[in-house]
Design a protein around this ligand. Structure first.
Ligand code: APR
Length: 244
């Protein structure tokens, strides 16, 4: 972790008038939740087209629900890590105005973050494939037999956005308006390859805002970030909040 880069990031944060954040799976990695890409990523073991698409669910709802029930259990058993706590603290201090996440876990909320936009939905939401019925799961749900909608008897599905699906339009437009007014954005724990999330920091930059990237690895964002800190989000954000 480079001290100068930390100091640079702290200056950007201190001078910001409207700071936002975009997080990805990497901020939950230190909570024991696997990321998707990179050396131990889920997509190295599983095929997203077999587990995270509407077609996969239609073809084999048992397999898809088994995988999501496992992911729900991992998330429910996990605890927020210092990255989640630091971002919640930044919001509590009135510095971080909005936290936009690609993650479907609820660790930001469990760390105390209030203003969170879930671009890709949430593992805690279970919804009907047909009607508007949905509920917020307090614990992992039974998936054998397959969960059925009590309103219309159709199948229930995970409340996450699958590949090929539209993001929730209200959440997405809010995310775009948040980054439009951002003069700085912290981008932590994302490979910055999945759209439209990956475009959000570019909007901040286009408006002459500053980008702070936190990631052990380089990403397509690294070259254009004002500061890119090669480090773990839990360690770096913890350091930043301590020195702020
Ligand atoms: N701290 C910060 N970053 C980390 C850490 C850590 N401790 N550990 C790993 N990373 C970084 C990895 O280097 C990688 O760049 O987190 C990033 C995780 O990238 P992905 O696994 O691609 O996750 P994400 O960017 O959130 O994926 C976006 O893709 O599969 C879809 O819907 C899924 O929301 C997900 C989207």
């Amino acid at each position: 972790m480079n001290v100068n880069e930390i100091e640079k990031a702290i200056n950007i944060i201190k001078n910001s008038k409207y700071l936002t954040a975009l997080t990805g799976a990497g901020v939950s990695a230190e909570s024991g939740i696997p990321t998707f890409r990179g050396k131990d990523g889920l997509w190295n073991k599983y095929k997203p087209e077999e587990l995270a698409t509407p077609q996969a669910f239609n073809a084999n709802p048992e397999l898809v629900w088994e995988w999501y029930a496992w992911r729900m259990k991992v998330v429910f058993d996990a605890e927020p890590n210092p990255a989640h706590h630091a971002l919640a603290k930044l919001e509590e201090k009135g510095i971080l105005k909005c936290l936009i996440t690609q993650n479907v876990d609820d660790l930001h909320e469990r760390a105390g973050s209030k203003n969170v936009l879930h671009l890709h939905g949430s593992l805690r939401i279970v919804k009907c494939i047909s009607c508007n019925y949905q509920f917020y799961a307090e614990k992992p749900i039974e998936v054998k037999p397959l969960p059925i909608c009590p309103e219309c008897n159709q199948l229930l599905r995970p409340g996450v956005v699958w590949f090929g699906e539209m993001l929730p339009s209200d959440v997405l437009s809010k995310a775009f308006s948040e980054v439009e007014r951002s003069d700085a954005i912290i981008v932590a724990g994302t490979s910055a390859v999945v759209q439209p999330a990956a475009s959000l920091p570019l909007i901040v930059r286009r408006n002459k805002g500053k980008i702070i990237e936190i990631n052990p690895d380089e990403t397509p964002l690294t070259a254009i970030a004002d500061v890119s800190i090669r480090g773990k989000a839990g360690e770096v954000l913890d350091e930043i909040i301590k020195l702020l």
